[in-house]
Structure formats: structure tokens, C-alpha cells
Design a binder for this molecule. Structure first.
Ligand SMILES: [Zn+2]
Length: 646
């Protein structure tokens, strides 16, 4: 909060400092520039939830901030490419982050790699500013893996999932050892249940749950069979920290639960086991580990969709991660005083991918379901808003704060399978076991969200490539014609026999089926007829493709029409979607537009009506830091331009 008190204190300190000639740095006090990214928080949804009163803190912030109303991200509008552009000021052609998953030249054509773990092709500002003498920090920020060469001064990052969540049945049997003697006060039985966990890169872990039952049952949990451990209570979360070599932290949450089917039985829900990387000079790693413990799981979505945990428990896990990121980031800001601090929240994106149910053409579009999913999504926006409230309250008069996102999401109704299309055209060949036959496959698609890169299995370029260089153009043209020629019949027909299930029908491609949902004819604004679900089919070498062309990008690039998702391993060419929201396509589309709010002493508030690109953020930060932006930067500093405001 920019309150008067802070201003007075700072002026006072400044005056003292300027009288002391040795204190050069204090002559011009500078705060922290914080860049806080809320994954998937689109411009349209921000407006929607401000209007609904769910995002009151963002609404308040907007009154004191500059906010962009014509802000676009890069192509593809995916998380890793957008954050790479945000962090560097350059597009995917230069960062090399052309998707969330892509194929790298020289590997087998079906082998992919993650856009989140690769070193960026150009330097992110947290490294460049660090090299120019500034202190920088990143917390949970995409593309900021401290194991890469381009780390911030201080970095807190996920060390990956070490074990998936699991609901364990507990079967107790009596024990008669020292633990029983210690716990028992007479003839009472002491029983034990043992759970075994497989932890990645570690010996398997045993959990021992002891039960005594004198007046009422009591439970104890230990990771050592010789010790009784801590008393735990049914329905209470317990945190367990683990020691895993090569990681700065590891651990998970768990909970003793009553089996809903049989109240006599107990189960232990073991949450996702996560590793954490805490990197920085001095005792930074120890400090963060001691104060904040292990890096928690961002969500327990699988457990919730499996029915292992309740919605309430799922929300508790989500809130835990959100609060953890805020706690750690605000602590780093106060304690380590970085000039530049990046942090990140995935909660909105997680929820919208799963529950964005807003269009009649989507599976399950019935009132009760729509209302339930709207409650889920609304929870995520209120979580984001609570974090914004805490962050904004923590600001002092010298700080700058950017509240941004990487993209919005669109409702999805249909999943496409580009690899199935390639297979039908004979360009992709599978063996009897359904595994891609590298020796016969000429093209392979890497799909992510609503886009895909298609790679020609070129001899001399790909490991075990089979397409001769002189054949390349022909194969590439064949790929283009597969996707350009693809249409689906969008007519939605009601089936009186099976009202609970989609009707399956296809007019083009005899073996494929389109589908429809009950009542859809009345509600859908879609007209009967042919549509091309592969909206854009771009070929490397053309002008429009230039902005993403890189050695990591495909020979053909596909984006889906609104409502269509591309399945990576989908076995059916066209089918109803499981995932309700996605993104990746044309960043100009209104729903895919991200948010940009910024405030601080050097930023005049008001609506910015100028076109702002994702690549303009880094140059703006360089300007605020008084640093020279590197030559590779594509964007322009926002507050350098004339008349950007309404
Ligand atoms: Zn994202």
C-alpha cells in the first residue's frame, strides 16, 4: 500500500543518506520491480470477474494502475512461449520456445522436449540485469529453471514431481514390539499399517501408521519403524519433508481420511510428492527451506477428478500453493531486496483447462453442470484476487508492480488428432503394437493446446531420418494438403435414443465420426455445414511463419479453429473433448488476450489504448531499471512512446 507513512519514512532516510557522500547508492532509492504472472487470466475474464465482484482487489489496483486494453501475446499463445517472450522481449523465433512441447532437430522425430526446461535462445532479463549489476529473483516462474545457464540471482523453482498422489487403503495388524510397550498402558492392542511409496531417484519410502484404541482411537505416523512418530488426527493435513539428493527440498502433504463407503475403514491420502530447487548466494537455500519448507504441489487435480479427495480438499491444496508463492516472494522482496522479482500463479489456468464450460457446443452443457463448473472457475479467480490484494498491500512508494498474464483460454468442444490424420494419409506408420515405426514414418506432429508443429522425418537432419532431401518438398506439400483439405461437418443432430451421450456422426472421412449433444440444435449458434478445424496451415519459409521460425519449429505449423483442441496421443481423428478450455491459436482472438496492469512512481495511471505486445514488457523493465536493452529485443519500452494513453 502506498500510504503516507511509508513516504515520510523514506524521505527521511533519503535526506540522511544524501548528507553522507560515501553513501552513493542511497542517493537515489529504488524499490523492487515485481512482475507477477497469473497463468491463463485473460483480459475478457478479468473484466467478467471484476464485474461480478470476484476480483475486487484487481479492480482497486486498476484505479491506480496503467492498464492495457489492446495487449497481445505471441504466436503460439501458449504458456512457455509467452513467458519466454515476456522475460526476454523477443518472440519464439529467437527464444526457441516455439511450443510447450516440441521436437529438436537431430533427435528421433517422435522424441519431444519441454518448452519449460530448455535454456532460452536469448537471455532473459533476470540474467541480463544480473550481469549488469542488479539483483534479480524468480519464484515458480516458467522458463526460470536455475539449472539452466541463465538463472536469476535468487531462484525458487519446481524440482519436478517425485511421486503421484495416491489414496492408500490401510490394513492394520497387531504389533508386539517396543513401540507397543511404549504406547500401551495395559492390555490395549497396538496395531500397525504400512504404506510403501516409490519416490523418483530415491529408495522406496515406508510410512508407518500406528493405532491404539483405549477410550478412543489414536493414530501415530512415522517414517521409521523403530519410532512411534507424531500423533495425527483423522481429517487433518500433515506435512512430510523428505531428504532427496540433488534437490534443495522435497515433501508432500497427507491426510488420514474415513473411507466414505465404509466409515469403519481408514484411508491415507498421500498428496503429490514434489521436489524444489532453491538457488542463490550464501545461505539462501537453507533460509527458504527453514522458513517455508518444501515446494508444495501446485494442485491435486488428478486426485480430485479420481474422487480420491473432495472439492474442499482440492481447494485447500490449491490455496496452499498460492499462499506459499506469495509468502516466499514477499519474503524474498523484503529480505533480499531484489531490483527485479518475477513470480507466478497457475491456479486460474489449471481451473479453466478443466472447467471452462461456456458454450452450447461443449460436452455436458446442461444447467446444473454449467453452474457447478462456474463455481469452480470463480474460486480460482478469487484465489488470484486474494494474492493480488496481498501483493498490492505489500508495495511501498518506490516499488513498481506489474500484474500480467500469458494468454486467456477459449472453450473447447472437440479434440483433433493431427497424428491420426498423418497416419490415415500414410505419412505416419505404426507397428502391430501401435508404436510409431521410425523406419517408415515420414512426418510426425507435436501437439500442444490448440496448435501443432509437424516435422518431416528428414534424412541427415533427424536421427534415423528416412525422407531424402529431394523428397522433402513433396512430403511437406502432402502434409499441407492433408490438413488444408480436412473438413468436418458441424451439423449437430439430436439423438432421441441416447440423450445422455453424444451422437456420433461424420460425413467426411468414412471411418470418422462427428458428434453432437442433446438439445444442441436449439442452443448452438453454429450453422450446419462444413468447417475447417485446422484453421491455419503455415509452411516454413513464408512471411507469416517468420515470427515463430526456429530450428525447434515444425516444417508445417497448424493452429486449430476456435473450439478445437489438438490431442498429442489421441487415437481418434475427431472426438468430444475431455479438456474444456485451451489456447495456442491466433493471439488476436479476444478470448486469448492477456492482461497487463502496471503501477509505480514512474508509471502514469490510466488506460493504455496503444497496441502493446508481450515482447514490450522486458524493454519496459530495462527502461525502469535504467539498463541498456540487448540488441535482440523485438519489443519497445511502453512508457517511452508518445500518447499511449486514451
Ligand atoms: Zn499459460
Amino acid at each position: 500500500m502506498m500510504n503516507r507513512m511509508n513516504v515520510f519514512i523514506i524521505i527521511f532516510i533519503t535526506m540522511l543518506s544524501t548528507t553522507n557522500e560515501l553513501s552513493v547508492q542511497a542517493a537515489e532509492p529504488t524499490g523492487t520491480i515485481s512482475v507477477v504472472s497469473f497463468d491463463g487470466l485473460g483480459h475478457m475474464d478479468a473484466e467478467r470477474y471484476m464485474d461480478k465482484g470476484v476480483m475486487r482487489n484487481l479492480q482497486k489496483f486498476q484505479q491506480e494502475a496503467a492498464y492495457a486494453t489492446d495487449f497481445v501475446t505471441v504466436t503460439p499463445s501458449l504458456t512457455a512461449p509467452s513467458h519466454a517472450a515476456m522475460a526476454t522481449g523477443a518472440g519464439p523465433a529467437k527464444t526457441g520456445i516455439v511450443s510447450n512441447q516440441f521436437h529438436s532437430s537431430g533427435e528421433k522425430v517422435k522424441d519431444d522436449q519441454s518448452g519449460f526446461s530448455q535454456t532460452l535462445g536469448v537471455t532473459p532479463i533476470w540474467k541480463e540485469a544480473r550481469d549488469q549489476g542488479k539483483v534479480t529473483a524468480t519464484v515458480a516462474f516458467p522458463d526460470s529453471n536455475p539449472d539452466n545457464a541463465s538463472a536469476a540471482t535468487y531462484a525458487v523453482y519446481s524440482g519436478g514431481t517425485l511421486a503421484d498422489s495416491e489414496l492408500h487403503d490401510l490394513s492394520f495388524s497387531p504389533i508386539e514390539d517396543e513401540r507397543a510397550e511404549q504406547l500401551s498402558s495395559g492390555s490395549m492392542d497396538v496395531e500397525e499399517a504400512v504404506i510403501s511409496l516409490d519416490i523418483k531417484n530415491s529408495p522406496s519410502l515406508q510410512l508407518y501408521v500406528l493405532r491404539t484404541d483405549e477410550h478412543e482411537p489414536k493414530f501415530y505416523l512415522s517414517m521409521n519403524q523403530k519410532e512411534i512418530g507424531e500423533e495425527i488426527f483423522v481429517e487433518d493435513w500433515v506435512a512430510a519433508a523428505l531428504d532427496v539428493p540433488s534437490l534443495d527440498s522435497a515433501g508432500f502433504y497427507m491426510k488420514l481420511k474415513k473411507n466414505p463407503d465404509n466409515n469403519e475403514e481408514l484411508q491415507l491420502f498421500q498428496g503429490t510428492v514434489m521436489g524444489g530447487l532453491y538457488r542463490g548466494p550464501g545461505k539462501f537455500a537453507e533460509d527458504i527451506d527453514e522458513r517455508f519448507g518444501f515446494y508444495p504441489a501446485a494442485d491435486e487435480l488428478t486426485a480430485f477428478t479420481n474422487g480420491d479427495i473432495t472439492r474442499e480438499e482440492y481447494e485447500q491444496a490449491g490455496e496452499r500453493f498460492t499462499d506459499w508463492v506469495t509468502d516466499v516472494s514477499l519474503y524474498i522482496k523484503e529480505q533480499y531486496r531484489p531490483d527485479l522479482l518475477f513470480y507466478y500463479y497457475p491456479v486460474v489456468d489449471n481451473e479453466l483447462h478443466e472447467y471452462l464450460l461456456r458454450e452450447p457446443a461443449q460436452p455436458g452443457y446442461v444447467t446444473a453442470n454449467i453452474l457447478e463448473k462456474e463455481m469452480y472457475v470463480s474460486w480460482a479467480f478469487s484465489q488470484a484476487d486474494q494474492a493480488i490484494g496481498r501483493i498490492w498491500n505489500n508495495m511501498n512508494s518506490e516499488d513498481h508492480l506489474f500484474i500480467v498474464s500469458d494468454h486467456g483460454l477459449e472453450p473447447i468442444h472437440t479434440r483433433l488428432s493431427p497424428n491420426k490424420e498423418l497416419e490415415k494419409a500414410g505419412l505416419l506408420v505404426k507397428d502391430q503394437n501401435g508404436v510409431i515405426d521410425q523406419t517408415k514414418t515420414k512426418a510426425y506432429a507435436e501437439a500442444s493446446g490448440t496448435i501443432a508443429h509437424v516435422y518431416v522425418n528428414l534424412k541427415g537432419r533427424e536421427k534415423k531420418g528416412i525422407v531424402e532431401p529431394e523428397e522433402f518438398d513433396r512430403v511437406r506439400n502432402e502434409i499441407v494438403s492433408v490438413f488444408t483439405g480436412r473438413t468436418v461437418f458441424s451439423s449437430l443432430i439430436q439423438d432421441p435414443e441416447e440423450t445422455a451421450h453424444p451422437i456420433l456422426r461424420w460425413l467426411t472421412g468414412s471411418s470418422d465420426i462427428a458428434y453432437s449433444y442433446p438439445g444442441i440444435l436449439l442452443l448452438s449458434d453454429r450453422k450446419k455445414g462444413q468447417v475447417s478445424p485446422y484453421e491455419k496451415v503455415w509452411v516454413a519459409g513464408t512471411e507469416e511463419y517468420d515470427e515463430i521460425h526456429n530450428e525447434n519449429s515444425g516444417d508445417v505449423f497448424l493452429t486449430a479453429a476456435p473450439g478445437y483442441l489438438m490431442g498429442k496421443d489421441a487415437k481418434i481423428a475427431v472426438e468430444p473433448t475431455q479438456e474444456m478450455g485451451s489456447h495456442g491459436g491466433d493471439p488476436e482472438r479476444p478470448r486469448l488476450r492477456p492482461i497487463l496492469f502496471a503501477a509505480g512512481p514512474k508509471i502514469p495511471p490510466g488506460e493504455i489504448t496503444d497496441r502493446i505486445s508481450m515482447t514490450d514488457i522486458a524493454p519496459s523493465l530495462y527502461k525502469l531499471l535504467d539498463l541498456q536493452a540487448p540488441d535482440f529485443v523485438d519489443g519497445k519500452a511502453i512508457w517511452q512512446r508518445e500518447s499511449i494513453y486514451k
